[in-house]
Design a binder for this molecule. Structure first.
Ligand code: GA4
Length: 338
């Protein structure tokens, strides 16, 4: 474990920056219209090709989205002493610049919350008595809707992949013991960045990584910054769209589909002028859940590409690793990389 200290500006610069190859650059981010059930085919294709897609007609009421965004801005604009009442992010609380336990840094402030009403950690936000609106209720309303959408997406996937039963994936998120995470990020503008941008350098908001869980549901304001990595290693900026949601395939879903779906490597680069606010629901299974290819998906004679492990084992390994680490590597039966 690396001791946390105040990072220097040099630590924030993006190290890898391979230019986009025009031959592999996707014409656009795959777009899924949730009001059309036939989009399940495109949805599965997007998970196979990119592990990433954008969702419109999602059914999440705008009032929940707007309320959460304004509560989040209120929280991050509060004095540091108020924000620190949420405690350090271990595992839930407020963090600034330091991410995880291994020395990763980013130009970001964040709240990590437990979205599971059954958990003892759940009522964290009730300590913000200064807030006229109850932040916790706003988070709960939002998470309930986003979780419903995530389950709908998982059921469309299961349907298209002919998995039995249809709720084989969604039931893991619906489980009372589901080990999910809710994250609110605030990327402050970085005026000092302008001079570095002129020199062609980017400041990192949140370093490259894949999400360990099953599925991630991201929504942001209209500030750019999110980038996804294509298979050839180039980075593509995702145009922001505050009315839509972006879905990432997580490492666990990659394993459960025996590598048919890929967890997507992504990152956020800082912006010199505008602040970026994002909220992400990371849908995870119960801790004791075995993460292995779904039997109804495996063809006759098809072997699992992965050793068997539980979500607790994977999560423990992941949370002790550095952000950019290829976490699934050690769980592969035949390691893909040396
Ligand atoms: C990435 C996805 C989620 O934001 C997160 C992150 C977690 C953290 O911020 O503590 C991790 C990161 C994430 C994966 C590797 C470890 C753990 C930071 C880090 C360096 C909450 C999660 O579940 O895994």
């Amino acid at each position: 474990m690396v001791a946390l200290s105040n990072p220097t500006i040099e630590q924030f610069f993006v190290k890898t920056c391979k230019p986009v190859n025009p031959l592999t650059f996707p014409p656009s981010i795959p777009l899924i219209d949730l009001s059309k059930p036939e989009s399940k085919h495109l949805l599965v294709k997007a998970c196979q090709d990119f592990g990433f897609f954008k969702v419109v007609n999602h059914g999440v009421p705008t009032k929940f989205i707007n309320k959460l965004e304004s509560e989040a801005i209120k929280f991050f604009s509060s004095p540091l002493s108020v924000k620190q009442k949420a405690g350090p992010p271990s595992p839930f609380g407020y963090g600034s610049k330091n991410i995880g336990k291994n020395g990763d840094v980013g130009w970001v402030e964040y709240l990590l919350l437990n979205p599971n009403p059954e958990s003892d950690y759940h009522q964290l936000l009730s300590i913000f008595e200064e807030h006229p609106d109850d932040f916790q209720c706003v988070v709960d309303d939002y998470v309930a809707e986003v979780k419903k959408m995530a389950c709908e997406i998982l059921e469309l996937m299961a349907d298209e992949l002919k998995l039995e039963p249809k709720n084989v994936l969604s039931k893991l998120l619906m489980d009372e013991q589901s080990d999910s995470v809710f994250r609110v990020n605030y990327y402050p503008p970085c005026p000092e960045l302008q001079e570095h941008e002129i020199n062609g350098r980017n400041l990192i908001g949140f370093g490259e990584h894949t999400d360990p869980q099953i599925i991630s549901v991201l929504r942001s304001n209209n500030t750019s910054g999110l980038e996804i990595s294509l298979r050839d290693g180039s980075w593509v900026s995702v145009p922001p769209d505050s009315d839509s949601f972006f879905i990432n395939v997580g490492d666990s879903l990659q394993v459960m589909t025996n590598g048919r779906f890929k967890s997507i490597k992504h990152r956020v680069v800082a912006n010199s002028k505008e602040s970026r606010v994002s909220m992400i629901y990371f849908g995870g299974p119960p801790l004791n859940q075995t993460i292995a290819p779904l039997p109804s998906l495996l063809q006759t004679d098809e072997d699992s590409l992965y050793k068997e492990f539980t979500w607790f084992e994977y999560k423990t390994y992941a949370f002790n690793s550095a952000l950019s680490h290829d976490r699934l590597g050690v769980f592969e039966k035949i390691p893909s990389k040396i």
